[in-house]
Design a protein around this ligand. Structure first.
Ligand code: NAP
Length: 251
C-alpha cells in the first residue's frame, strides 16, 4: 500500500509550479487529488491528464481562494466527487516584490487576501469535511517569512502570518486529530519565479551563494516533503515550520 492510499487531497494553486508537483506526487502515493486553480484551466487540465495517464485519480476545480463562495464551492464539489477530505495543502500564493515607496494598499490586500485569508477560508471549509476522523493541513509558507529580503516586506509579512496561523491552529486543534504544519521553501524554480524574473537574476545568484547545497530548489524537492507530512509517517508532527531550502541562510 502506498503512503496516501484511500486519501483525498485538495491542493490549492496546483495548475503549475510547486502545487502541480505536490498534486502529482500525492497521486503517485495513492491519493485522489483535486487540482485547484484560479484562472489557468489549461494548466490544471494538463496536470490532471498527467496524473490520470499515470494511473492516478485527479480532477480540476476552479476557485479563487480569496473568495469565500469559491472556496465553499471547491469543497462542495470535492465532497461530491470523492466523498470526503483527508488532506489540504494551502499552496496558492502570489508574490509581489516592491520597495517600500511603491507598496500600495491594493498590493497589500491582494497578497494578504490570497496568501493568508485564502488559507483561512480553505481551513474553515476543510474542517467540515475532515469530520471526526481528522486530517492533515500543510501550509506552504516561505523562508521569506523567517528571513525577509529587501523589497519583500509585504510578501514576507504574509508568510510570517501564515506560520503564525499554523502554530495557533495546531493548539486550537488539540484533541481533534488534525495536524497542521508549514513547509518553508527557499527559492524554487517555477513558472511564477521565472515570470517574476527571479530565476537567472542576481538575487538568485546571491541566494545560491548562501545555500550549502548549492542550487535553487525544484518543485519536487518540496513535493516529497509534502507527501511525508501528509502521511502517517508524520503522524506525531504538528505545529512545525519545516525549512526545505537546501539550508539557505539568507541575503
Ligand atoms: P506559481 O508558479 O506562480 O503558481 C501559483 C499557483 O497558485 C498557480 O496554480 C495559480 O493558479 C495559483 N493561484 C494564484 N492565485 C490564486 C488564487 N487566488 N486562488 C487559487 N489559486 C491561485 O507559484 P509557485 O512559485 O509554485 O509558488 C507556490 C507557493 O509556494 C506560493 O504560496 C509561494 O508563495 C510559495 N513559495 C514559492 C517559492 C518559490 O521560489 N517558487 C518560495 C517560497 C514559497 P492560476 O495559474 O490559475 O493563476
Amino acid at each position: 500500500m502506498s503512503k496516501l492510499t484511500n486519501k483525498v487531497a485538495i491542493v490549492t494553486g496546483a495548475s503549475k509550479g510547486i502545487g502541480a508537483s505536490i498534486a502529482q506526487h500525492f497521486a503517485a502515493a495513492g491519493a485522489k487529488v483535486v487540482v485547484n486553480y484560479a484562472s489557468s484551466a489549461t494548466g490544471a487540465e494538463k496536470i490532471v491528464k498527467s496524473i490520470n495517464d499515470n494511473g492516478g485519480t485527479a480532477i480540476a476545480i476552479q476557485g479563487d481562494v480569496s473568495k469565500e463562495a469559491d472556496v465553499e464551492r471547491l469543497f462542495a464539489e470535492t465532497a461530491k466527487a470523492f466523498g470526503g477530505l483527508d488532506i489540504l495543502v494551502n499552496n496558492a500564493g502570489i508574490y509581489q516584490h516592491a520597495p517600500i515607496e511603491q507598496v500600495s494598499a491594493e498590493s497589500f490586500h491582494q497578497q494578504f487576501s490570497v496568501n493568508v485569508l485564502g488559507s483561512l477560508f480553505a481551513i474553515q471549509a476543510s474542517l467540515k469535511l475532515f469530520g471526526d476522523k481528522g486530517g492533515s493541513i500543510i501550509n506552504i509558507s516561505s523562508e521569506a517569512g523567517k528571513m525577509p529580503m529587501a523589497a519583500g516586506s509585504v510578501y514576507s509579512a504574509t508568510k510570517a502570518a501564515l506560520d503564525a496561523v499554523t502554530i495557533a491552529l495546531s493548539k486550537e486543534f488539540s484533541g481533534r486529530k488534525i495536524r497542521i504544519n508549514s513547509i518553508l521553501p527557499g527559492i524554487v524554480e517555477t513558472e511564477g519565479t521565472h515570470a517574476a524574473g527571479f530565476i537567472g537574476s542576481e538575487t538568485e545568484a546571491k541566494l545560491i551563494a548562501t545555500t550549502p547545497l548549492g542550487r535553487s530548489g525544484q518543485p519536487a524537492d518540496i513535493a516529497k516533503v509534502a507527501v511525508f507530512l501528509a502521511s502517517e509517517d508524520a503522524g506525531w508532527i504538528t505545529g512545525e515550520k519545516i525549512s526545505v531550502s537546501g539550508g539557505v541562510y539568507g541575503v
